[in-house]
Design a binder for this molecule. Sequence first.
Ligand code: PEP
Length: 235
Amino acid sequence: MLIAGNWKMFKGPRETGEFCRALREADLPEDVDVVVCPPYVSLAEAVQALAGTEIGVFAQNCHWEREGPYTGEISPALLLEIGVYGTIVGHSERRQLFGETDETVALRARAALEAGLHVIACVGETEAEREAGRTDEVLRRQVSVLEEDESLVVAYEPVWAIGTGKTATAEMAQQAHELVKSLLDVPVLYGGSVKPENAAELLGQPAVDGALVGGASLDVESFAAICRASSLVRS
Ligand code: PEP
């Protein structure tokens, strides 16, 4: 089980330090891998504050080149230099708001893996795509550009469930995860309005290997509660 908190554009270094020190003291289960994904400017603080723990620090994106004239981008080498363990790629907010495509997601995932980072690659259909019966087609297309790797995890995040309070039913999540797993033999996380109250049901599905959590990961207590819920369903 892996529980990753995607902080998006929240928490500067000061708040990150406070959060990570509180997370160190929180009651986290030992059989769950826990990851936080702060904004770039807070990564070094998170690495420092979590040093000596098993909690991993991931970025929210990374570029495919090692270095070069790419204003505003950050490479895998730069992340590794400050002790970052992995990165998210292809989050739907990147795809929808910043022009990310399947091709650029594939480039980012490959470069990060080759550099030695762990990768959480996000896939998921929009509401219109689900309503048009195109969920499978979209997932097949998004997954087809990714290559199996022992450091790769896919996050199934239906776009209509992100930050909306709507979640996929446990059955929808199970179906989508089974499809992704039939295409790629990797762990698959569910993401989309996961909270302490709904975590056990979603994480209890056999094809659900963890969660990528946005809003509910910003509070130490609710994030820790989701981690505990994920441990209970598999024990
Ligand atoms: C996310 O941003 O990956 C996410 C799942 O957000 P939320 O949990 O807030 O829906």
